[in-house]
Design a protein around this ligand. Structure first.
Ligand code: F6P
Length: 344
């Protein structure tokens, strides 16, 4: 059997560990052959391939990014592109396509599965916003990087008696901000799930400059968050990607300006941006992505097409692909209550 693999959407620490585990398990246990499709869905559309075998994936347990490359190509925009994918899979004698991606990439995989292509999904996104899985690989790494940054920003904020606003990734789901805010001891955390009242935020900031408090403040803001007085999310420009996503960014600076104007405390903002996606995966993500890769090989062996490997209650299980993407997994009210207590 010949297995195609592609990685789509934003890159994510752990992708290479999944590829390594999948190829080694598939080769050694089941005698499968593999073919890499380069640059996301662009690969099967334009027939961009690369050889993949035990030798190619050797040592890829700790390397960030994706050895296959990625893109945000959306073949659902044009039926002719779907026909090209079908033709190229056939020409390359690919029996099964393993797709690693977030909601956009797996949304395309779901559609192809419905059209009769044998697809298997692996959940990837640093945002952790896919349903049907407790967590995606890459999220732990992103939170670790952001928390380390926040730890560092505490010391400079303390020295200058400043407010520091840290903008982290997360378009519609604030999981990275939530975890970073808790792990990094933020005084206030802004999430896309709930608009923030400026007076509430400034109250929390002012409190930290009050008697017996630490005389500086640290605020974590998700890139998709808003102040209640804002109509829209803050964007970098008017452009959209092939899936219709705007380029978010700038809320941290806007919030910093508003805090400084309102409280009079000197305020700076920092955007962590793609740093959160770069570099080596944490040990947790290396192990989780290896488990996903091993399981994906077994899913092929069991013929579990149209399904995705998912982590549920500590076990890796197979779930329908559609269940991962039909709803964005957002931060629920129980977490908002936790933040309220911590920020008081
Ligand atoms: O892949 C998810 C994500 O990291 C989002 O959190 C972020 O908004 C987006 O990707 C950034 O995309 P790009 O890499 O295209 O700038």
């Amino acid at each position: 059997m010949r297995i195609g693999i592609l990685t789509g959407g934003g890159d994510c620490p752990g992708l290479n560990s999944v590829i390594r585990a999948l190829v080694l398990t598939g080769e050694k246990r089941h005698g499968y052959q593999f073919l890499g499709f380069r640059d996301g869905w662009k690969g099967p559309v334009d027939n961009l391939t690369m050889p993949l075998d035990g030798d190619t994936v050797r040592g890829q347990y700790d390397r960030g990014g994706t050895m296959l490359g990625t893109s945000r190509t959306n073949p659902l925009k044009d039926p002719a592109l779907i026909d090209k994918i079908k033709a190229n899979l056939k020409a390359n004698k690919v029996d099964v396509l393993v797709v690693m991606g977030g909601d956009d990439t797996l949304g395309v995989a779901t559609k192809l599965g419905e059209l009769g292509i044998k697809v298997i999904g692996v959940p990837k996104t640093i945002d952790n916003d896919l349903s049907a899985t407790d967590t995606t690989f890459g999220f732990d790494t992103a939170v670790s990087i952001a928390t380390e940054a926040v730890d560092r920003l505490h010391t400079t904020a303390r020295s200058h008696h400043r407010v520091l606003v840290v903008e982290v990734m997360g378009r519609h789901a604030g999981w990275i901000a939530l975890h970073t805010g808790i792990a990094g001891g933020a005084d206030y955390t802004m999430l896309p799930e709930q608009d923030t009242d400026l007076s509430d935020l400034c109250g929390a900031v002012n409190r930290e400059f009050g008697p017996g408090r630490k005389n500086y403040a640290l605020v974590v803001v998700s890139e998709g968050a808003k102040l209640a007085r804002m109509k829209e999310q803050t964007v970098q420009d008017d452009s959209q990607d092939a899936f219709g996503h705007v380029k978010l960014g700038g809320i941290g600076a806007a919030v910093a300006k508003a805090i400084e104007q309102e409280t009079g405390h000197e305020t700076r903002s920092v955007v962590l941006g793609h740093t959160q996606r770069g570099g080596s995966p944490t040990a947790f993500d290396r192990v989780l992505s290896t488990r996903y890769g091993v399981f994906a090989a077994e899913m092929i062996h069991q013929g579990r097409y149209g399904q995705m490997a998912a982590l549920q209650g500590g076990e890796i299980v197979a779930v329908p692909l559609a269940s991962a993407t039909e709803q964005t997994k957002t931060v629920g009210p129980e977490w908002l209550e936790v933040l309220k207590v911590l920020q008081a």
